[in-house]
Design a binder for this molecule. Structure first.
Ligand code: SF4
Ligand code: FES
Length: 355
């Protein structure tokens, strides 16, 4: 059965002022000259709404690098989509934010790298980024927009989850997403420098449980166990080709943001085809839809409709076979290597992603 997508991640540009060592953009970035123009994005939004999409996440790179961000937001709003801006805050001035509000922006998600300025700027590889995030968050709340704080945690900052939740509360956020680094693409280069210890992960899980009960009804805290320490994998993107789709800056349509890391998949482009055609018929979307593609142990596992065999990109990164069970699963044939990789930890300097 072909499900309808609910969410569209619009990667407006790969350009970004920050240099995060866990960058989730692909290794080969789309150049500015190859980015979709405004009119094409507006067509994509109309086609997405017709297809059943309810929300668009305006993302990047840093979407503020696009001069037409206000027109793009207005077009998404006019198509009837709920609009969420995902930003580093560097590049969104107060004036641009006011124009975005006028264009119909519904929600803002600001990433933070830590709760302390010096550490946050060190992780982002950008002096002064933290202060800009606080200033933009205050403006978002002043405009009465909903604010989510997104914190990517790893060995350098995982011990300050409580401080990050306090910061999100002080900023007036209604939600904080505590996400662990996903190890594919650029983050693979920094895996050992980002990998938390098991003791850190266990302390963090206990802290999140305590914070949820302490701040119940004040802020929503989203957090999951990091992949390399989990017993079962996450149902990545809610199942391949099932709930969401991504459009890259150059117009390729992907089932997940890291799908280009799987070699051999063919992605269709919105410059040549409609979104509905791509969603239903693209070879990349049909490659891992449903359960028919699965190997054992997933093929006969009672959880196969719950986690869909985990993350295809992680399976490919760790085994070289995108049809393999995600090695994070304790039932996977290659599970032992996950513990071996998690044991490799270092406090060495980061390889930054400067563009
Ligand atoms: Fe999920 Fe496959 Fe593991 Fe079963 S064997 S729990 S379907 S990843
Ligand atoms: Fe691609 Fe998980 S990130 S399937």
């Amino acid at each position: 059965m072909l499900h309808k997508p609910l969410g569209l991640l619009a990667e407006l540009t790969h350009r970004c002022p920050l240099g995060c060592p866990y960058c989730s953009n692909p290794l080969a970035l789309d150049p500015r000259e190859g980015e979709l123009d405004t009119a094409t994005w507006l067509r994509v939004f109309r086609e997405a709404a017709e297809l059943g999409v309810l929300q668009v996440h305006l993302s990047g790179g840093e979407p503020g690098a696009r001069r037409d961000l206000v027109d793009i937001t207005a077009g998404a709003h006019a198509a009837g989509l709920y609009t969420n801006l995902i930003t580093s805050a560097v590049g969104i001035t107060h004036k641009i934010l006011a124009a975005l509000v006028g264009a119909g922006l519904d929600h803002v998600q600001i990433s933070i790298q830590d709760s302390e300025a010096a550490s946050a700027d060190h992780i982002a590889g950008y002096a002064g980024a933290f202060a800009r995030k606080l200033a933009l968050a205050a403006e978002v709340v002043r405009h009465k927009l909903l604010l989510t704080v997104n914190a990517v945690v790893h060995r350098a900052n995982i011990d300050r989850i409580g401080d990050m939740v306090d910061l999100a509360l002080a900023l007036g956020a209604s939600r904080i997403e505590i996400a662990h680094v996903q190890y594919y693409g650029w983050a693979l280069k920094n895996r050992a420098a980002l990998m938390p210890s098991r003791a850190q992960v266990e302390r963090a899980a206990a802290e999140v449980a305590e914070l949820r009960s302490r701040h119940h009804a004040r802020i929503v805290i989203d957090a999951v166990v990091p992949d390399y320490y989990a017993r079962y994998p996450k149902p990545c993107v809610g199942g391949w080709g099932r709930r969401s789709l991504n459009v890259t800056p150059a117009g390729k349509v992907l089932p997940c943001h890291a799908a280009e890391s799987i070699t051999g998949l063919k992605f269709w482009n919105v410059r040549e085809r409609s979104l509905a055609d791509i969603w239903a018929n693209s070879p990349a979307f049909n490659a891992f839809r449903g359960t028919g593609w699965m190997k054992e142990p997933c093929a006969s596992c009672p959880r196969r409709e719950l986690d869909f065999g985990g993350c295809r990109c992680q399976a490919f990164a760790l085994t070289g076979d995108a049809r393999a069970t995600d090695p994070v699963c304790h039932l996977a044939l290659d599970h032992a290597q996950v513990a071996q990789l998690a044991a490799v930890q270092t406090d060495a300097a980061y390889a930054y992603r400067h563009i």
